[in-house]
Design a protein around this ligand. Structure first.
Ligand code: PEP
Ligand code: MN
Length: 343
């Protein structure tokens, strides 16, 4: 269930900008923490790189005035030191840092014993071990709290998003570390205002524990990430668009699922038996190919198989991308089995 809502500008740009957005967010009871970038990791040099220490000073003053708490990204031990000096008790490790174990180690030395809460964004590559490793290092450092933030992955084919969501990666992280709260950052996944609310709703359906959303008083004029930041009004709409998720189901309600789940179990068992039979056929074919001195991979036959199955899938109403991915997975395994028999 979405319990932790963090919102705020990509970057602190001026005292007035921070004040305006803070006033708007302080009036939203769901917002637990205000995010505001102080040091900005830019992909290419020359852009706005954040205001540094003066921004922290404004954050300290406005935290007092509005009774709010801020959080920001830290990428160097010096950043941690400055955050501590200005009373910031929650920080995050950004996507460009979390994939670098040397930097994570250095940050952890600075964070150890600081009493801070640390959120770890996923590294830019979809390597769940790297993400888990960064979280493990932070846990070992002994901090007050640890969370994970899913902000999507830099892929060549990014599925129309700024960063491909690849929801299965954070789900693997959650399976490995069920006790770590998992937040979604739909702003950096979407990269476009019009995608943010829909992604936040998807995150709610994956049962995330929280959201981190970029909100700016005047997004069009933002110095960083202008296309993806929401106005406070659009963010209010996003919050009210989140469909309610029950914290627990009554036994009577969940009874309705039992017969359907039983059928799904049976179907899965049938699917696996069929796949085992199919692999056995591949194995038998591999012996014949060997005798005939045929290569294992037969591109003409594979093209025919794909065309035939895609047609069947379309008639059955199955999604084309899903069907193609499934066929490729099955064919990949068939090739592996045949190559193993050749070895
Ligand atoms: C940010 O939160 O503004 C940011 C730079 O995030 P990420 O590390 O996910 O790119
Ligand atoms: Mn940003």
């Amino acid at each position: 269930m979405i319990k932790t809502v963090i919102a705020g500008p990509c970057s602190v740009e001026s005292r007035e900008q921070l004040r305006q957005v803070t006033a708007a967010l302080a009036a939203m009871p769901q917002v637990k923490l205000i995010r505001a970038g102080v040091w900005k990791p830019r992909t290419r040099p020359g852009g706005f790189e954040g205001l540094g220490e003066p921004a922290l000073q404004w954050m300290q003053e406005l935290a007092q005035e509005f009774g709010v708490q801020y959080c920001c990204e830290v990428a160097k031990p010096k950043h941690v030191e400055l955050c501590i000096r200005y009373g910031i008790v929650t920080v995050w490790i950004g996507a460009r840092t979390s994939g670098n174990p040397f930097m994570v180690e250095e940050l952890c030395s600075a964070l150890a014993g600081s009493g801070m809460t640390v959120m770890v964004k996923n590294p830019t590559s979809p390597d769940v071990s790297l993400w888990l490793g960064a979280i493990e290092r932070v846990l070992q450092a002994g901090v007050a709290g640890v969370g994970a933030v899913h902000r999507g992955f830099a892929m060549y084919h990014n599925q129309g998003y700024r960063n491909a969501p690849l929801w299965e990666v954070p789900m693997t992280l959650r399976r490995e570390m069920p006790e770590i709260p998992l937040l979604c950052d739909p702003s950096h996944i979407g990269g476009r205002r019009d995608l943010v609310a829909q992604l936040a709703n998807t995150a709610a359906q994956f049962d995330y524990d929280g959201l981190m959303v970029e909100v700016h008083p005047d997004p069009e004029s933002a110095l960083t990430d202008a296309p993806q930041q929401l106005t406070p009004a659009a963010f209010t709409d996003l919050l009210s668009s989140l469909s309610p998720v029950a914290s627990h189901l009554s036994p009577v309600t969940s009874q309705q699922l039992i017969p359907l789940r039983r059928q799904i179990d049976e179907i899965d068992h049938e699917l696996l038996s069929l796949l085992a039979r199919r692999m056995e056929m591949s194995r038998q074919i591999s012996f014949i190919k060997r005798d005939l001195q045929m290569p294992v991979y037969q591109s003409g036959r594979w093209a025919d198989v794909v065309a035939d199955r895609m047609e069947q899938a379309a008639a059955l109403g199955l999604d084309a991308d899903f069907t193609r991915a499934l066929l490729e997975k099955i064919h990949g395994e068939s090739i592996r089995v045949q190559l193993a028999d050749k070895a």
